[in-house]
Design a protein around this ligand. Sequence first.
Ligand SMILES: NC(=O)c1ccc[n+]([C@@H]2O[C@H](COP(=O)([O-])OP(=O)(O)OC[C@H]3O[C@@H](n4cnc5c(N)ncnc54)[C@H](OP(=O)(O)O)[C@@H]3O)[C@@H](O)[C@H]2O)c1
Length: 294
Amino acid sequence: MWVISMFLVTGATGGLGRRIVRLLRERELAVRSFVRLMSNYAELEQRGSEIFIGDLSRERDIQKAVQGAQYVISAHGGDAEAINYRANIDLIDRAKEAGVEHFVFISVLGVDRGYEDAPVFKAKREVEKYLETSGLNYTILRPAGFASNLLPLAEQFRRTGIYLLIGDPQSRTSIISTDDLAKIAIESVSLDAARNQVLPVGGAEILQRQEIPRIFGRIFDREPIIINPPLLAFDATRNLVGLLNSKGQESLGTLRALLANEFFCTPAETERIESLFNLKLETLESFLRRYVSV
Ligand SMILES: NC(=O)c1ccc[n+]([C@@H]2O[C@H](COP(=O)([O-])OP(=O)(O)OC[C@H]3O[C@@H](n4cnc5c(N)ncnc54)[C@H](OP(=O)(O)O)[C@@H]3O)[C@@H](O)[C@H]2O)c1
């Protein structure tokens, strides 16, 4: 008898999750997308994904969603405590109970640097540790920033020529093509060399952040106008938010860690990913050119 391997993907309507589901369906693999009732999941359904409607803050929903799944890819994001931490712990526990064969967790580059003021980083590090000792087969991916995050900024640039760059323009990043990351996440479940590994994942090149508006400029044939407030301006705004809403101030801590630090993979780490997954990582410019209309 044939047993169909089922992937469960959380965050299936997100920038990464959507691409994971698309790719699984292109490969004619069975996938169950965990989505919220009010989110936009029509595309996933049209592509032939099974749809599981639930909320990751409810353990009962997680328990139902994992039934019959061989693989879980945790690609959701949200509130640090309830969604980044608790929902992942529940997902790991329930996956184990249901006999899931492999669990892929999307963490974040720099998660092990101990940023005290960044709740999402702290939550993800705790989840990593829990997964490592869970007894499940796992792959932990620690990606740099996603190229898909830049698509709305590219559209804005096309209209206005303006790019807002907060903090040090020379700080380095190795933005990953969200499509490459989707491939890596899917193939992690079947690759022996990716089993029980923690893998930093960056893109094809290390860029200074000021190179992003230059890339936009090349694509749209337009001179960039870079607005570059210092990090101090962000801090002042954050403190102001704190006077009105302490939770809001806390969650801005994660954004501050992202703005104030460098997030790039070394060439050796990048080579390792290319050789493990037998792929040539895409540059940011190539990713953007595939998505934006000029
Ligand atoms: N973006 C980056 O640059 C980056 C870099 C490194 C790591 N990561 C990590 O990669 C993962 C994916 O990031 P992304 O940018 O693709 O995420 P995203 O676009 O922000 O999407 C978040 C997803 O989580 C879902 N979600 C949130 N709360 C939920 C709940 N209570 N119940 C069910 N689903 C819920 C959202 O559903 P709705 O559609 O209903 O809102 C959405 O599908 C995250 O873990 C993120 O921390 C991201």
